[in-house]
Structures are given as C-alpha cells and as structure tokens.
Design a protein around this ligand. Sequence first.
Ligand SMILES: *Cc1c(COP(=O)(O)O)cnc(C)c1O
Length: 403
Amino acid sequence: MMKRRQLLKQMSALPLIGGLFATTEVTAAVWPGPVTRRDYYKELGLRTFINAAGTYTSLTGCLMRESAIDAYNYATRQYVALDELQDKVGARLAELIGCEAATVTAGAASAITLGTAGVLSGMDSEKASRIPTDLSGMKTEVIMQKSHVIGYAHAIKNCGVKVIEIETRKELEKAINDQTAMLWFLNANNFKGKIQYKEFVEVGKKYNIPMMIDAAADVPPVENLWKYTDMGFDLACFSGGKGLRGPQSCGLLLGRKDLIAAARLSAPPRGDTVGRGMKVNKEEILAMLMAVENYLTRDHESDWKLWESQIKLIADAAATVDGVETEIHVPDIANHVPSLRIRWDNKKVKMTPNEARQALRNGHPSIETVGGDESIDITTWMMNPGEERIVASSIQKILSKKS
Ligand SMILES: *Cc1c(COP(=O)(O)O)cnc(C)c1O
C-alpha cells in the first residue's frame, strides 16, 4: 500500500502537466478542445438530454473526464502493439491502485467473463480456446448466493459453467466439490445475502478456491478500488464508464497476477477465444488509465460537497410545491452518492411520477430521471455543472402546473 500512497502524493505534488493531473476540471461538454463545426447529434435528429438519472448504459453512462478525452485523442495518432500497451497500462494501473495486477476490459461485464475464463483455463491457451463449448479438463461450477444472482451473472455463464445457488455458509461449504471453479460475490447485494464479505473470503481461503467480486458501480468511495483485493478477493471487477468517468465501454479487472495473465489468454488480440468480441482499442485503454489517474487524484470531498449542494437545490425547489415531499439519501453500496427521491400526494399534484418524468423528458432541454410509479429519483453526479438549476426549475414548473 505504501507504494500507491507515495505515488499519489508525488502525483498531486506535481504541477499540472498538460492538465493531466488536474484535480478539478471541466467536463466534456464545456471542454475547450478543438471546436467541432458539425453538430452530429443534431444532423442525426437525436435528442440530447441532461442526465439527472445516473450511470445507465441505456443513457450512454457517463461523460468522460477531460484527461481521458485528451488521452483518447492522443492515442488516435500512432500505432502501438496491443499486448505491449495492455502490459504497460496494466502495470501502471496495478501500481496506482495497489493491487498485484490489472487489465483494461470492455466493461465490468467483460471483466467478469474474462476473469472467469482465466480461472478455468489457467495458462493453457488450448483450454481457453475450448471455452464455452468444451470444458473437459476444466472445472465447471461457479457458486454464488441466491440473493446475488442478477442479470449480470450471465457474464459468468458465457464461459459455459453452471451457476450453483446457495444461501447459507453451511450450504456453501456443502456445495464446494472438485468441480468448483470459483466463488462469485455481488458487492451491491452484500447486505442482502446471508454470507457477507468476511465469512465468504474465509470459506474461499479455507478451500483454496478463487473468489471474484463484481464491484461495477462501487466507486465512490475511492478506497473501494483496493478494498476488495486487500480483503482477500482474488479478482475484482469495476466499470470504467460509471464513477470513474472513463470510456463507457471499458472496465477494470484487478487482482492476482497469475489470474490476470490467464484472463488475458481469452482477450484480444487472441482470436479463438470467448473474449474476442470484447475488444478494447488503444484509445480506450489509454483513456481508461488516465481516467483512473484523474480519479485517484481528485478532491473527492469537494466533489461530494458539490453533489450535496446540487441535490439540495433541486430538493428545495421541488418542496416549494404544495403536497410534495423530498428525501435525500445515500445508498450504502452501489451508486454511493447523494440521491434525491421526490414524491407527492396526488390529490394535490394531479399527475403520476411517470407522467412527470415523461414531461421532463419532453421538455427543452430534455431531462432524464429514474423512478417508477412511486417517485422521481435523481442524482447529479453525471450532470454538467450548472444543469442542476435547469433541473430544479423544470421540476418545480411541471409539478406546480398540476397542483
Ligand atoms: C453496471 C454493472 C455491470 C456491468 O458493467 P459494464 O461496465 O456496463 O459492463 C455489472 N454488474 C453490476 C453490479 C453493475 O452495476
């Protein structure tokens, strides 16, 4: 851990070399880069919007940080060998984050698939080439808690393994056999499961079975980047295009050196593999590294204060409407940021939350929020600075019109 901290200290002490280490910076929309004369989205007739929802793939996730955009553009100009780039970037990421090894993947989902493939194949390319259709000579089962089974577990099934669901520690120990390849943990559901980190890691260590954690949406806080590998998980998967504000189609696979090397046997440029369709280009790989550098050196406290003040501004505006109730909360894990829930008495405001969300979407500018039939849910961490004022006044206007 010393290494990482020293490095970060050095980095933040450096002058702002080309802006790469800037701790505060403007976002993509106001980036003073080369001005593009064409408005591509407009030409295509596409709606753009203020993202008051959060990091949703369907809404194209996040806007990259300036340092990531700069790295992306830089990388377009010259060739490098893909494996050499992954070697160097992986080593640098591992040093920065403070884990044994790292590699850039095509999203957290890809990190899960490649990591699983690595666990199955080890350093045997011939085995890797048989995933997912012929697992002979490889282990075939991955165990997880019932409450941790969500759609993203599909990324494990891509490797052709069977998912074994258990609930208690006793069931877990009973399910482990000589076909058990890996234990999988969904960080977001830690509190929903009967087995939490400590016990889970204990069991994995006891039986010497690799453990993977899906922590895709789990920065902030920044410490989570090293928390789970420090805790004893062999592999940790993060999204690059959520809180890290790197390319939307990137992710990080962090953890044991031997397993990361094995995972890369299933990653491009190698063609006869389960991961061949998970290509990450040089631009994205370099942008991902710079997004992580930026994230590690940011002033997280001031980011947090900004989000809090934005959320409060929107909450206060909504609460001026008679019958409207607001609740500010921070989810414990997964999208751990100030969040706002707006509800109302529909005798006083005569529209449903879904109708209000549709009205926000239809507005100018268009605003995307989440929530169901009960509430409008808002976060501000994916917005451009200043947009919170537009969101606040639009919500106030829409709700008061029906009150
Ligand atoms: C977002 C998410 C994923 C997928 O991440 P990508 O980076 O989009 O591939 C996987 N698991 C969880 C829990 C997530 O929230």
